[in-house]
Design a protein around this ligand. Sequence first.
Ligand code: SF4
Length: 225
Amino acid sequence: MSEQRLRQNARQALLAAVPRPRADQAGQLPRKAQRVLDAELARLPASARPALACRKGCDLCCHLRVAATAAEVFALLDYLRQTVPASEWPALAAAINERAGQIHALSPGQLLRTNLPCPLLVDSACRAYPARPLNCRAYHSLDYQACLDSFRNPAELDRGHPQGAALARVHEGVQEGLSDLLQAGGNDPGRYELVTALAEALVDDEARNRLLAGSRPVFERALPL
Ligand code: SF4
């Protein structure tokens, strides 16, 4: 199957899973997108699923900019609220706010060229792994050394790393499908820088209402990407 077809199929699979999207149900879309993504990836033949260099304990890509829809930001926040002990919240909120402040202080060009650890990292692992946004899920590599070289030279954006073509197309298709569903339901389909959006979601109780009411933009201070 062509790469283009893989992408279209993944997009269509998500659209078919939610035939009548509604603004007030946008909170359910990230979970549906994750399920469709997992199913579409599982359908790939073994030849299209090369061995990944990604391993638990490698957090290089968690120092890069992450783009997420508002629906994904709230799904992530809900997961954190369910799983992070109350005693750890002050430190977590402070870490999110501190990192958001650093990100706001950077120009878009500087942000692309600066390694900043995600505040959700604990011992080099994501504390919200099951609820991480599609952008985080899509990031994969076939070559650890290439990732390390990029990490050590963040200003050189053309270094990059090899990816599985079929895997990348399926991820793209699901991300497009999520954007389509948000658009069709009347929700904000825009993508925001993850940490600044999380920081705003933590303090602005109205932001979730804006998402579910179909208001745009959902976030007023987070960095749009
Ligand atoms: S949300 Fe999780 S997977 Fe995504 S950058 Fe942060 S720590 Fe990494």
